[in-house]
Structure formats: structure tokens, C-alpha cells
Write a protein that binds this ligand. Structure first.
Ligand code: ATP
Length: 300
């Protein structure tokens, strides 16, 4: 028998190709139709044997990441230990590259990675999906990866067929946006404008563009109901989106609850040149390129 000593799990960020937000439910959540797409911007979570549960967070931009019990990776490890009836013993390290509070579900990604890493470290074979759904609406998708439609709060997933690879540029902003604050602003703006959203639905045109691998059609279909709220809370994002469009992006949108902005390009080369031009334009803290879809949380 081999003893597992160190487990490293790589987990992707997501961008929402479509985020349709339905009316506010009685439980305080919104019904969503959420087309998740996993992209090649990764965090790593390392789990090593220890007598206790500890956490270290590493990375260039980790302000705002809790290092104690509030960290989603720690909550994930505790939940798994409780489910298995074992003591929660692991030294966790998060190597962070996904922007914090950036609308790319970095915390959810770390939770999914911690579930996978601790399950391997503790030799457990258990279905992680229900635990992921308890930890947060975006956590199940971080386990699955690829491209998928999420309904309910986003946690009921149906994988989507995608041809080929799509090329992205992400403009990262200074400081984050709080997801609950963005949803609250969305509700406020809708109330103000007398908008009554119907049941949210994934767009057939968007799904057809994904199946065909048609970047131009996909660019035209990108849609995020949270975008007006994110722009209301962070008006400077308008300039970022406009700059990307003017520089030839096939489509541009705020990622999830923002403030990261996502731009679609028709090739890896075009993505690199768009990233350079956006950097030059000075409309973002930093600019990175990535491609999707990529697999969910994976043991390296
Ligand atoms: P989403 O797109 O799912 O709404 P987000 O990408 O906007 O999320 P996250 O980076 O997931 O935001 O972080 C949101 C908040 O969660 C942070 O401000 C932080 O307080 C808390 N948090 C808890 N655990 C983590 C973690 N491992 N990494 C980052 N943030 C975490």
C-alpha cells in the first residue's frame, strides 16, 4: 500500500458566457440560467499530512483572502471530514492566481480543489458534488469544469457540447466587488425601472455557437444580467469594455459579478495582441490571456 504524502490539485477560474438572473426568491436567492465556462487561469491547492488543519495562502494579489476558518478551502476540508467521520488533518496551501473577488469564482474554485485534495489525502471515495453544492452555488462547476448550464442557484449542472477552443482576454481591476452587493444593486435597478424578469433560460443561439465552435457568433451572444449593476457600482468598467470593443474584441462582458471584464478573440494571437493593446490603453490593473474550456479540479 502506498501512503499519499502530498496532493496538488489544479482548479480553473470560470467566466459566465451568459448569466440570466430571474426574480428574487423567498429564500433570498435568485433563479439563474448560468452558462459556465472554465478557463485556463488556475489556482492550486496543496494538501499535506498534518496533525491539525492549517492554511497558508501564497500569491501576488491575495489581499482580502481569509486565512482562517472563513476560507472556503478550510470550510470544504471540515465539511468533508465531518461527512467521512474522520479528524480534519491536513496542511493546506493555496497558490492563488485567480483574481480575488473578481467575479471568476476563485473562492469556489479553492473549495472544490480542497475537497478533491483532502479526499485523495484521506483515501476517501465519496461523491463530492453534494458537499460542493452545500459550500456554494459555483463550487459544483469548479469540480466539473468544461462548459455547463447551471440552473437553480447555479448548482444543478448540465454539461454543454463545445467544438474547439475559445480564446479570452481578462482585464483585472483594482479591488473586488462583493457578489451580494451586486445582486442587491441588480434588484434595486430593476425595481427602479419597473422591470419584472421572467424565468431565466439559456440562450439557444449561445448554445448553437458553442456547439459549432463559432467565436464570432458566441461574441454576439455573450450576456450578463448583472452587468448593469456592476457598471452602476463601478462606472469605470464602461471604459474598459468600450476599449476592448474598439480594439476589435468579438464580444465583451463583465465576468459574473465583476469587476473582471472578459473579451473574446478569434485566435490565440489575436488574444495576445488585444491584451497588449488593453495594457497600453491603461484601462485595467493587469491583463491576462486564457483559453477555454478546460477540465475542472484535477489532481496533478
Ligand atoms: P463569484 O464569482 O463566485 O461571485 P468572486 O470571484 O467574485 O466570486 P472570490 O474570489 O471567490 O470572489 O471571493 C469572494 C470573497 O470570498 C472574498 O472577498 C473573500 O472574503 C472570501 N473567500 C473565502 N475563501 C476564499 C478563497 N479561498 N479565495 C478567495 N476568497 C475567498
Amino acid at each position: 500500500m502506498t501512503t499519499v504524502t502530498t496532493v496538488t490539485v489544479r482548479v480553473p477560474a470560470k467566466v459566465n458566457l451568459q448569466l440570466a438572473v430571474g426574480p428574487l426568491r423567498d429564500d433570498g436567492f435568485h433563479d439563474l440560467a448560468n452558462v459556465f465556462h472554465a478557463v485556463s487561469l488556475f489556482d492550486e491547492v496543496v494538501a499535506e499530512p498534518a496533525d491539525d488543519l492549517t492554511l497558508r495562502v501564497e500569491g501576488d494579489s491575495i489581499d482580502g483572502v481569509p486565512t482562517g476558518e472563513d476560507n472556503l478551502a478550510v470550510r470544504a476540508a471540515r465539511l468533508l471530514a465531518e461527512r467521512l467521520g474522520v479528524p480534519a488533518r491536513a496542511a493546506l496551501t493555496i497558490r492563488k492566481s485567480i483574481p480575488v473577488a473578481g467575479g471568476m469564482a476563485g473562492g469556489s474554485a479553492d473549495a472544490a480543489a480542497a475537497l478533491v485534495a483532502c479526499a485523495r489525502l484521506w483515501g476517501a471515495e465519496t461523491d463530492l458534488h453534494p458537499l460542493a453544492a452545500r459550500l456554494g452555488s459555483d463550487v459544483p462547476f469548479a469540480l466539473l469544469g468544461g462548459t455547463a448550464v447551471g440552473t437553480g442557484r447555479g448548482e444543478v449542472l448540465t454539461p454543454v457540447t463545445v467544438s474547439g477552443r475559445f480564446h479570452w482576454v481578462f482585464a483585472l481591476a483594482d479591488g473586488g466587488l462583493s457578489t451580494p452587493a451586486v445582486y442587491a444593486e441588480c434588484d434595486r435597478l430593476r425595481e427602479l425601472r419597473g422591470e419584472r424578469p421572467g424565468p431565466p433560460q439559456a440562450s439557444p443561439g449561445l448554445l448553437a455557437a458553442l456547439a459549432a465552435g463559432d467565436a464570432e457568433a458566441l461574441g454576439a451572444e455573450l450576456a450578463n444580467d448583472l452587468e448593469p449593476a456592476a457598471l452602476s457600482l463601478r462606472p469605470s468598467l464602461r471604459d474598459t469594455l468600450e476599449a476592448g470593443r474598439a480594439l476589435g474584441a468579438l464580444g465583451a462582458l463583465v465576468s459574473g459579478s465583476g469587476p473582471t471584464c472578459a473579451f473574446l478573440a478569434d485566435s490565440a494571437d489575436r488574444a495576445e495582441s488585444l491584451a497588449a493593446a488593453l495594457t497600453e490603453a491603461g484601462v485595467a490593473r493587469s491583463v491576462v490571456t486564457a483559453h477555454g474550456p478546460v477540465p475542472g479540479a484535477t489532481v496533478l
